[in-house]
Write a protein that binds this ligand. Structure first.
Ligand code: ADP
Ligand code: MG
Length: 694
């Protein structure tokens, strides 16, 4: 249970001064609907109001806080003209200008004959010095309060800076003093303030340098978040390992048969990975291992060998793919190998219905079917295994930590193997897979040729079409990938349909196919099959082809609006070609103008085929938030930490988390108790539940 001391933070934002239901809606859109969400909503800039010149010394365009005598109100002769208030100090005159003014209010705030303080932007119009709509009007006593550095917060429509600032101030007033969870010596070495002080400082930047994510206050808050992340993952990992696992040790007979039947030798990485997996399975702990390898690095073979190890031991194994198309594709690769080993295999997705489905369910329940490939339908209720020992999840960054836990929580003592083709940078690996062991497929199978990648402006579309026509005549198969339009699938589809119609008109209707996410499963499969098995043709596609589709003789890929894709995604797409022995070409079309970053990004793809390097560069150029589209990637979203700059802190947080659990396994010491609060603060309640009560 969340400790009481945090209750004020996890209260709806409507509890704050000035936040009614309507304002709360806008705040929710911006930051979240609770007090704590505003606490994490840090300023993105500052306004410096410390400059307090005399009127004659106030330069135009600059924010100034000026003490003035109000001389005369001058209401407008007609409502379209501004209301003016003439003021002066001993050096000159300044006119305050208000459009759509409330005269009553102005008379009260700026009484004639009184001395006031105003703060705002000074403008010179000919001889006249003006300030229109001062941000602040106050009394002389308030001068020192007004003469401050003000934080500027990211805003959203319907929310004024003042309202938001007031709400944030209210939220900060609600923050409790919490016992320190960091080692005092570590804090001292870093020169970091305590938690509450860090928050106050982060919200009251005094200079541009205080906005730096590596400034002491912000670095400390980021570190806290990363520590919570790493501690949470370490606890998950430990509890997974504590679950009783089983020793699954096959005799190798099925694996040998498959290896003999393969037309190639395993790469060294494949051999190592298969060994690591077999050792995990044979140990009595539970396996939780990630196989990370670029597209085409041969993960499937590794998965199949592991699944057969389970079958050799008399158990069952399942392979789960994120989409139906991929599940079918996997079946197509795995089934021949299973046949080689003489082992029955079935497919189970949402589309298997009626008698066929019942037959599969029965076969899984009584063990007649030892191997199954499917979608998440595999892990729904009503699916019983006689003895499932291994679940392989082809993640393709569609599932997250949460799903892995759900699966583990099925309580079958199942070993879990996750495969990912996303070349996640090392820094990100730690935040999302810190709870897993990792095997990496580093080298590509022999015989792969690098793809010749070119970057062209979209104005050269006609040349591209002509080149595609020539390559069709040379018997090439061509992927034509259509742009991502915002997040809207229906717009993607419309763009793809238009392009399909145009290419069909120029190249011949029988030579151009179409596949997109809105098509029915069977139609999609049919379109893919025609492309895979048929004569040379163009397949116009939305990004549905990104995941896993295998047409080894496709050699050309055109990607429109390449600038809109993530680098990792472009790399994945490009991985669809260059799989056979013929040279391949990838044409990246962009819509000018392309900024420096945009150009740099596309150039990286031209320079290298190393998915890890591409991912690191993408992280550097764009930041983690944008990297994969955090939501769909299953990567954690951080409130304060930014992995593009806080990567080193992450490594420190990981070491710290491990050390803490070594010394204080159940977090019962005073520091341990404080760390429990930290976990709740960053909403890792599930991780705390894994601890013994303390
Ligand atoms: P991934 O799933 O990692 O993208 P796959 O497992 O689908 O890659 O393998 C891609 C292709 O490479 C498949 O056609 C597979 O048969 C082939 N392959 C796998 N391992 C090797 C190897 N060691 N040597 C040659 N070809 C291989
Ligand atoms: Mg594959």
């Amino acid at each position: 249970m969340r400790p009481e001391i945090l209750f004020p933070l996890f209260t709806p934002a409507t509890a704050l001064p000035g936040v009614g239901p309507r304002i709360a809606k806008t705040i929710e859109r911006l930051a979240g609907d609770r007090v704590v969400d505003l606490v994490w909503h840090l300023p993105s800039g500052i306004i410096d109001r410390r400059f307090a010149p005399k009127v004659a010394d106030a330069p135009t365009g600059v924010i100034a806080t000026i003490t003035l005598r109000v001389e005369r109100h001058q209401p407008p002769p007609n409502p379209r003209l501004p209301y003016k208030v003439r003021c002066a100090d001993e050096t000159g005159r300044l006119v305050l200008v208000f459009f759509h003014a409330h005269a009553d209010y102005l008379r009260r705030a700026l009484p004639e004959g009184e001395t006031v303080v105003v703060s705002g932007r000074v403008e010179h119009f000919g001889r006249e010095i003006q300030m229109s709509h001062p941000d602040h009007i106050g009394t002389v006593e308030e001068l020192s309060r007004l003469q401050a550095v003000e934080p500027v917060y990211p805003l959203t429509a319907g929310l004024t800076p003042k309202t938001l600032a007031k709400a944030v101030t209210g939220a900060l007033a609600e923050t409790p003093d919490l016992d320190e969870w960091n080692e005092p010596a570590f804090l001292a070495r870093q020169g970091w303030p305590g938690w509450r002080a860090a928050l106050q400082q982060a919200h009251q930047p005094q200079s541009e340098s205080d906005l730096d994510p590596l400034s002491p206050a912000r670095a400390r808050l980021a570190y806290d978040e990363l520590l919570a992340n790493q501690l949470g993952l370490a606890l998950m990992r430990r509890s997974m390992r504590r679950l009783p696992g089983r020793k699954i040790r096959g005799d190798g007979r099925l694996r040998r048969r498959v290896l003999e039947a393969l037309p190639f030798q395993l790469t060294e990485s494949q051999k190592t990975s298969a060994k690591e997996i077999a050792a995990d399975m044979a140990s009595d702990g539970r396996m939780l291992r990630l196989v990370q390898g670029d597209v085409g690095s041969g993960k499937t073979v590794v998965a199949v060998l592991s699944m057969l190890a389970a079958v050799e031991a008399g158990c069952q194994a399942a392979l789960m793919a994120p989409t139906e198309l991929l599940a079918r594709q996997h079946l197509a690769t795995v089934a021949p190998l299973a046949n080689e080993a003489g082992i029955p295999i079935a497919l189970l997705t949402g589309r298997e219905k009626g008698a066929a489905r019942r037959a599969v369910l029965e076969g899984l329940a009584d063990g007649q079917i030892p191997l199954v490939v499917g979608t998440h339908a595999l892990f729904q209720e009503g699916v019983e295994f006689r003895d499932l020992a291994l679940a392989v999840i082809d993640e393709q960054h569609r599932f997250g930590v949460h799903q892995r836990l759900t699966l583990a929580a099925k309580g079958r003592g199942v070993d879990v193997l996750v495969m990912t083709a996303t070349p996640i940078p090392r820094t990100l690996m730690l935040t999302s897979y810190g709870d897993m062991d990792v095997s990496r497929l580093l080298e590509k199978p022999a015989g792969r040729r690098p793809v010749d990648t070119r970057v062209l402006p979209s104005a050269r579309l006609d040349d591209v079409v002509a080149a595609v026509r020539r390559s069709l005549d040379d018997k090439a198969k061509v992927y034509w990938v259509c742009p991502l339009v915002e997040e809207s699938e229906s717009l993607d589809v419309a763009a793809a349909e238009d392009r399909h119609a145009e290419l069909a008109a120029t190249l011949g209707a029988d030579r151009v196919g179409l596949v997109h996410g809105r098509m029915k499963g069977a139609d999609k499969d049919a379109a893919m099959r025609r492309f895979a098995e048929g004569p040379p043709s163009v397949l116009v596609a939305t990004t549905v082809i990104e995941v896993g589709v295998d047409v080894p003789d496709a050699t050309v890929m055109v990607i429109e609006h390449a600038e809109r894709f993530g680098l990792a995604q472009l790399h994945q797409l490009r991985g669809r070609i260059g799989r056979g022995d013929k040279p391949s070409t990838c044409l990246l079309l962009y819509q000018p103008p392309l900024g420096d970053t945009g150009r740099a990004r596309l150039n990286i793809l031209r320079e290298t085929d190393d998915g890890f390097r591409i991912a690191e560069e993408d992280l550097r150029l764009r930041g983690a938030g944008e990297l994969l589209g955090t939501r769909q990637s299953g990567l954690p979203e951080f409130r304060v930490a930014d992995l593009a700059v806080h990567g080193e802190l992450l490594a420190a947080a990981r070491d710290d988390a491990m050390l803490v659990l070594e010394r204080d396994a159940e977090l019962t010491t005073p520091r341990g108790q404080a760390l429990r609060t930290l976990l709740y603060l960053f909403e890792r309640d599930a991780a705390v539940r894994l601890l013994r009560a303390g």
